[in-house]
Design a protein around this ligand. Structure first.
Ligand code: BG6
Ligand code: MG
Length: 215
């Protein structure tokens, strides 16, 4: 019996993926990596240092940036990103998610260290029993650790939890944790999800039940 939901945040609850893109593109320009849709998609769900490593590697610049230089670039990105998210309001909750939240009992499983700040800006803190601290888990998405922790904080078994995600890395994390995965976005990118919706506005408890029943 399904008893809980674990939400990804960026791109599921909060309309912030566009801000990550703006801030990372500047860094890509600085290191000399050409920005592509594939690179942009591949960064979703990946933690800060992992995202930077992908951007550096995409342009073949691995040998030009040591750990200290990488930390400075990640810091620069986050300063720019924090400026962009400082003006978030409840109007930046993705369509349909407020109504969906009103139906449920929940936790957040985001790779973002900015998650508690963003959830607060959106006015959503009362909904969630916990926001899993990504620094507390052994490895980031696609590793299952963060979605396992998101079930544990609800005192639920993985099979009692549905995870919601907009990234391929996140769907792998949910599936690896033994939870039911709901993808939101391009069904070809999220092909491993148990069920898929094109957009947040389509996600309701009933729609999830119907999609799972059809499987
Ligand atoms: C994920 C985003 O939720 O969080 C990634 O999809 C981002 O794009 C990652 O890199 C880490 O976020 P932050 O806010 O800790 O840099
Ligand atoms: Mg996301």
């Amino acid at each position: 019996v399904i008893k809980g939901f674990a939400f990804d945040m960026d791109g599921v609850l909060a309309d912030t993926a566009r801000f990550h893109t703006i801030a990372w593109r500047k860094i890509a320009d600085e290191v000399g990596t050409t920005w592509t849709k594939e690179l942009e998609e591949g960064l979703k769900g990946i933690d800060r240092m992992g995202s930077l490593a992908l951007i550096i590697a995409a342009g073949g610049h691995e040998n030009e940036y040591d750990q200290t230089a990488r930390e400075a670039l990640a810091e620069k990105k986050n300063t720019n990103y924090r400026e962009l998210i400082s003006k978030l309001t409840p109007a930046d909750i993705l369509p349909g998610m407020q109504n969906f939240l009103d139906e449920l009992k929940l936790s957040v499983a985001s790779a973002s260290k900015n998650a508690p700040f963003i959830i607060e800006r959106l006015g959503l803190d009362d909904y969630f029993k916990a926001v899993v601290d990504p620094a507390s888990v052994s490895a980031g998405k696609p590793d299952p650790a963060i979605f396992s922790a998101a079930a544990a904080v609800l005192n639920l078994k993985p099979e009692q939890v549905i995870g919601l995600e907009d990234s391929a890395a996140g769907i792998k994390s949910i599936n690896g944790a033994g939870e039911i995965s709901v993808g939101i976005g391009d069904a070809t990118v999220l092909a491993e999800a148990d069920v898929n919706f094109d957009q947040t506005a389509d996600v309701t408890l009933n729609a999830i039940k119907e999609a799972l029943d059809k499987k």
